[in-house]
Write a protein that binds this ligand. Structure first.
Ligand code: TMP
Length: 233
């Protein structure tokens, strides 16, 4: 890890930057960026990775579903539209978990053992929100499958990006994939699912709610504040 020179981000620069106390806290941590489709999490994740790279942190970046060769094939199966059938909810949940199992064993576990900062675009919190809260699978069933897939690997923190549905819908590519095309009522329940994960963790031990309504620098500042509160104190 390169030792940071400044103690605070350079306010005169437009480049996103991490404060030095946070940089010191991040090696070996597992962070997840999550939220409804269109919440802006992937844009913020790119900004965060750029800043973490510039700070000299060793990073392993992954995405879900996917992140491995077999996981990317599972991703295609999950997101492509089917011609003749509906995918059953439990098939869907287990495919997400299958991709996760491969990713945990092949990529995340070794990276954490090396002391990398691991940053994931979605993780098990997505399954609770989409297949659980929105789809209707009981959380206890998701817990059982997650135990098998994750083998004890848990994020140090999951950042959940929250915006109103209209803003989220306006940020989506008009060519909706199979999940995005599930309709407004489904996506309303997804958002409520995320909100209930945040509400169920008032001490922020697992989840950090991020107000994602502002412009990119504002949302990035919210991330830094939340991470400092969680990891620096
Ligand atoms: P992405 O568009 O952020 O790459 O995510 C792919 C889609 O998969 C997105 O609509 C959310 C959905 N998803 C689930 O439904 N359950 C899960 O466990 C994961 C990881 C993603």
């Amino acid at each position: 890890m390169t030792k940071p020179i400044t103690t605070q981000p350079d306010a005169s620069s437009n480049e996103p930057a991490l404060p030095s106390d946070l940089i010191e806290a991040l090696p070996g941590k597992f962070l997840v960026f999550d939220g409804p489709d269109g919440s802006g999490k992937s844009t913020q994740l790119k900004m965060f990775l750029k800043a973490a790279n510039a700070a000299g942190l060793r990073i392993t970046e992954v995405r879900e579903p996917g992140g491995t060769e077999v996981g990317e094939k599972i991703r295609d199966a999950l997101l492509e539209h089917l011609d003749r059938e509906e995918m059953s909810l439990r098939c869907e949940m287990l495919l997400y978990m299958a991709s996760r199992a491969q990713l945990c064993e092949q990529v995340i576990d070794p990276a954490l053992k090396r002391g990398d900062l691991v940053v994931a675009d979605r993780f098990v919190s997505s399954t609770y929100a989409y297949q659980g809260a929105a789809g209707g699978i009981p959380f206890s069933e998701i817990d059982s499958a997650a135990k098998i897939a994750m083998q004890g690997i848990t994020p140090d923190s999951t950042l959940i990006f929250d915006v109103d549905q209209e803003t989220a819908a306006s940020r989506l590519n008009p060519l909706l994939d199979r999940m995005e095309a599930k309709g407004a009522a489904f996506h309303k329940r997804v958002r409520e699912g995320y909100q209930s994960l945040i509400a169920g963790d008032p001490e922020h031990e697992r989840y950090l709610g991020i107000d994602a309504r502002g412009n990119e620098p504002q949302v990035f500042a919210n991330i830094i504040d939340a991470l400092r509160t969680r990891f620096v104190g």
